[in-house]
Design a protein around this ligand. Structure first.
Ligand code: R5P
Length: 314
């Protein structure tokens, strides 16, 4: 893997290092800094001509800076004559505006896809996109990974009996994901009837499907932003008599009052992954972080060797 090189922007260097550890490669040398007015400067400190380059940068908080930095890094590697540039975006921000569901609104997911392509990315590697169809917003190859093997293994190791388990989808958009977890973990399926009242708030109206009464409820979502959706789902499961409740999500964005909501939710634990960094003040004992670095690292190895990535998920 001599011509394979991994570089990290400033969004999540710890994850990039974990991926390098998995691959047994050193992290590429790259200096990124800010000009006094906030513009971003960068310089690659090693030769990348003709190399297969992977740039690791989740577009997480500070979202606009992380995104702009990714674009500048792609441009930098293109001008340094890298043979192929893969943008590794473990958390793809701006994904929630993926269609015009009312008049006079943007489609930010498409805009971001255009920007990444125009900057010079050859391909994209990402994980648990908010909507799978965002892959189609790109005209370059996109490898879309799922954190579910990592998260499901965690719950399987807990030995939750199948006849005691109900997988809960926090809204109708997550039913497909919940069904996948039912296939892996067993148990039954319940769906929360969630209505979004604004960008920051949701209302949970009912539980549809199998009963959670007296059962262990595991609620899976793709991301937790303000935690209104998943904690609202937990409250609803609790009201309907769930005996114990676990929460799980791939992307722990955890902004606004998320931590306070999680602290007062009727839950045993929240499981997230390391697609975005968890600030020390948010690292409370209720939260357990699983690493997806080996999964991302394995995908990078397979992309580099032209091997199947989808086989990771069968
Ligand atoms: C919604 O469609 C998503 O799957 C998440 O449930 C939502 O984006 C989480 O946002 P929040 O934590 O602010 O409710």
């Amino acid at each position: 893997m001599n011509d394979l090189k991994l570089f990290s922007g400033r969004a999540h260097p710890e994850l990039a290092q974990r991926m390098c550890d998995y691959l047994g490669l050193p992290l590429g040398r790259l200096a990124v800094s800010d000009f006094p007015d906030g513009e971003i400067a960068c310089k690659i400190e090693e030769d990348v001509r003709g190399r297969d380059v992977f740039i690791i940068q989740p577009t997480c908080t500070p979202v606009n800076k992380s995104l702009m930095e990714l674009l500048i890094l792609i441009d930098c590697f293109r001008r340094a004559s890298a043979e192929r540039i893969t943008a590794v975006i473990p958390y793809f921000g701006y994904a929630r505006q993926d269609r015009k569901d009312e008049g006079r609104v943007p489609i930010t997911a498409k805009l971001v896809a255009n920007l990444i392509t125009e900057a010079g990315a050859s391909r994209v590697l990402t994980m648990d996109l908010h909507a799978a169809q965002i892959q189609g917003f790109f005209d370059i190859p996109v490898d879309h990974l799922y954190a579910s093997p990592v998260v499901d293994e965690h719950f399987l190791n807990m030995g939750l009996p199948e006849n005691d388990l109900v997988v809960v989808s926090p809204d109708e958009g997550s039913i497909k994901r919940a069904l996948w977890h039912v296939r892996q973990l067993g148990g039954q399926l319940a769906i929360i009837d969630k209505r979004r009242t604004s960008a920051e708030s949701t209302q949970q109206a009912n539980v549809i499907g199998d009963s959670v009464e007296g059962k262990t409820a595991v609620i899976f979502d793709d991301m937790i932003s303000t935690a209104g959706s998943i904690c609202g789902a937990a409250d609803m499961a609790h009201k309907h008599g769930a005996r114990q409740i676990f929460l799980a999500a791939t992307h722990g964005v955890l902004c606004g009052g998320a931590i306070e909501r999680i602290k007062s939710a009727p839950i045993k634990r929240l499981v997230i992954t390391d697609t975005v960094p968890l600030a020390p003040e948010k690292n409370i004992s209720l939260i357990e972080v699983l690493s997806v670095a080996p999964l991302l690292g394995e995908a990078i190895k397979r992309i580099h060797r032209n091997e199947s990535v989808s086989r990771l998920f069968v």
